[in-house]
Design a protein around this ligand. Structure first.
Ligand SMILES: NC(=O)c1ccc[n+]([C@@H]2O[C@H](COP(=O)([O-])OP(=O)(O)OC[C@H]3O[C@@H](n4cnc5c(N)ncnc54)[C@H](O)[C@@H]3O)[C@@H](O)[C@H]2O)c1
Length: 354
């Protein structure tokens, strides 16, 4: 038994977030029981319903509690057509990412079943890499403005922000990950040919940081070339590190190479401090409330969470259980199966404890 109970804040959020969160927590509870872990879950009612009901998104006291009282945050999805400007999602999700300074967006791309990849001839041995996406800067820093709005003279400007500190720390996180996991290759992707200032800094820091990790093979590719290479030869990659926008796009490409959004987990981390774990997919409003959403991305995200809390064996056991339900075809309709969300989670639990 762990010496201390680890506390996990659960934010189901909106749409299918509620259903996949219920499924994900059920699997985490089963894993905790099987591996003798002391985990405590606290559910947070944050999302569109609360915003529409009470006009609040992420109150300061709630933010402070999420920051100070929990070992990890497990989030479903945010986004609701009744809130067209997505104000609540910006405050909650982007608010947590920025206010907790979660500068690493870690997105594993792992083929769990050979039939899930659209790439001819590629096997699970060929598709197993991680993407480190910078999560607090770039074009997503929110710097810019709109002038003469709604007129033919309108000007819209978004600034790309890259700082020495921000670039340096995500590069180091990627190299450290490679060292810790016995991986030999780190590839950095940018557009320094077309974006010489912001991405020039990325090139310079990559060369400097790579020199500190002589055992790791450091490779640079332009992001558009990397997109082609990921389809042509995904086996050439172990760790990819890139900026916010490039990482957003490349990780969706990666997700599709291994079965789609229903299987794509992600973590937002400030190493050593805070971790927020969420599937890559959104709230899929048309699927909400129908028990049809695929819970496996949320479940695999739970495995990431456990590993981050130090329970690598329990995390690996969840990954293995998910692989087995995929082999058995015990999946939701998006992967060709006939199970509902909760039944799919129960199938994972049977594999986990069986
Ligand atoms: N991190 C997040 O919370 C997050 C991420 C992306 C989008 N969003 C929000 O979610 C809402 C919907 O966005 P969207 O439609 O562009 O993206 P989405 O990920 O919700 O859906 C994209 C497509 O994938 C399908 N899909 C997604 N998750 C699935 C699952 N678990 N099982 C089966 N099918 C699944 C959907 O049905 C849809 O066809 C928007 O409000 C958007 O802003 C939130």
């Amino acid at each position: 038994m762990s010496t201390r109970t680890q506390r996990i804040a659960v934010i189901p959020g909106d749409g299918i977030g509620l259903e996949v969160a219920r499924a994900g927590v059920a699997v985490l509870e089963a894993a905790a029981a099987a591996h003798d872990l002391a985990l405590d879950f606290a559910w947070f009612d944050l999302g569109a319903d609360k915003y529409l009901r009470e006009g609040v998104t992420l109150p300061d006291a709630v933010f402070e509690s999420l920051r100070d009282d929990f070992d990890a945050i497990y989030l479903g999805a945010l986004g609701d057509p009744r809130v067209p400007d997505l104000q609540h999602a910006k405050d909650i999700l982007l608010g947590l990412r920025f206010r907790l300074d979660l500068y690493v967006n870690l997105r594993p791309v792992t083929l769990l079943h050979p039939e899930l990849t659209p790439l001819k001839g590629k096997t699970p041995a060929d598709l197993n890499f991680v993407i480190f996406r910078e999560n607090t800067e770039g074009l997503y820093a929110g710097v810019g403005g709109r002038f003469k709005r709604g007129t033919p003279d309108e000007i819209a400007i978004t600034e790309m922000v890259s700082t020495f500190k921000g670039v340096d720390r995500i590069l180091r996180a990627a190299f450290d990950h490679a060292v810790r996991h016995g991986l030999s290759r780190v590839c950095m992707a940018d557009k320094s040919n077309a974006i010489p200032h912001a991405h020039g800094l990325w090139r310079e820091r990559f060369t400097a940081v790579a020199a500190e990790y002589p055992t790791i093979e450091a490779r640079h590719l332009y992001a558009d070339v990397l997109a082609m290479e990921l389809v042509r030869a995904p086996e050439d990659f172990d760790v990819i590190v890139t900026s916010n926008l490039m990482g957003d796009v490349l990780s969706d490409l990666g997700a599709q190479l291994v079965g789609g959004l229903g299987l794509a987990p992600s973590a937002n981390l400030h190493p050593g401090r805070h971790g927020l774990f969420e599937p890559v997919h959104g709230s899929a409003p048309p699927l909400a409330g129908k028990d049809v959403a695929n819970p496996l991305a949320m479940i695999l995200t739970g495995a990431q969470l456990l590993s981050w809390l130090g329970h690598t064996a329990a995390g690996a056991a969840i990954d293995a259980a998910v692989s087995r339900v995929l082999v058995r075809g015990e999946t939701t309709a998006d992967l060709g199966g006939s199970l509902g969300t909760q039944a799919c989670a129960e199938a994972v639990i049977r594999q986990l404890v069986g």
